[in-house]
Design a protein around this ligand. Sequence first.
Ligand code: ADP
Ligand code: ADP
Length: 233
Amino acid sequence: TLNDVSKTFTKTFKKGTSIKAVDHVSLSIEQGEIFGIIGYSGAGKSTLIRMLNGLEKPTKGTVKVAGRDMGAIKGRELREARKEVSMIFQHFNLLWSRTVSENIEFPLEIAKVPKKKRKARVQELIKLVGLEGREDAYPSQLSGGQKQRVGIARALANNPKVLLCDEATSALDPQTTDDILDLLVDINKRLGLTIVLITHEMHVIRKICHRVAVMELGKVVETGQVLDVFKKP
Ligand code: ADP
Ligand code: ADP
C-alpha cells in the first residue's frame, strides 16, 4: 500500500534543482494479484517499485508491504523484509562466473541455509522454472529466456511474498517474452505470489495483469482493471 508517496531527487551538480520522480501516489495492491505499472521512460516506475523493497526511501508518505513500513525500517529488519520482496531485472543481473545452480543457491547461502537444504531447494527451483539439464551451465551459455528463468529461480529461493519485475521481458524477443510471462502466471497461481511488474509494453499488461496503473511524470493518472483502462477512447 502506498499512501500519498512522493520521492524527490536533488541534483548535486546544479544546486537547488530537484526532480519529483514520484509525485503524490496512492495505490493499493492486493495479495495474490498481478499488478502492472505502465508508462514511458522517466515516468517514475522504477523509483516506485524500488520503494516497495526499500531500495529507495520515500521523501513523503508511507509504503507498506505485508504490514511493514518499508520507509521506516533499516538494518536487520530491512534485510529480513527484502527476503519477502524480491526482484528480477531487465538484464538479469546474474553472476557470470557462477553456474546456474550456484546463481540460484547464492541467496540461500546469504540466508545461511544449511548446505543439504540448499541443494534440495535449488533442485526444486530448477524444476519450477524448467531448467532441468542446465544446472552446470554458465550464464554466457544460456539464451535470454533461460537467463531470466535463472533470475526468477534466484528471486524465489527464499520464498518471497512479493516478486517485483523491472522490465523483466524488455530484453527478450516476443516468443520468449510470452514464455516468461506464462511462467510468471504459473508461479502466481501455484505459489499465490503477488507480482508487481513495470513495463512500457502494453502487450505485457494485457497478457498477464489483473489490474494496471498508468504513470506519467511521477503521477498515477489512471488505475483499474486492465480491460477498463485500455478500452477507453
Ligand atoms: P522509469 O522507470 O519510469 O523510466 P525512473 O523512476 O527511472 O522512471 O525515473 C523517474 C525520474 O527520476 C527520471 O526523471 C529520472 O531521471 C529520475 N531519477 C531516477 N533515479 C534517480 C536518481 N538516483 N537520482 C536522480 N534522479 C533520478
Ligand atoms: P546485459 O548485456 O544484458 O546488459 P550485462 O553484461 O550488463 O548484461 O551484465 C548483467 C549483470 O551481470 C550486471 O549486474 C553485471 O554487473 C554482471 N556481470 C557482467 N559481466 C560479469 C562478469 N564477467 N563477472 C561478474 N558479473 C558480471
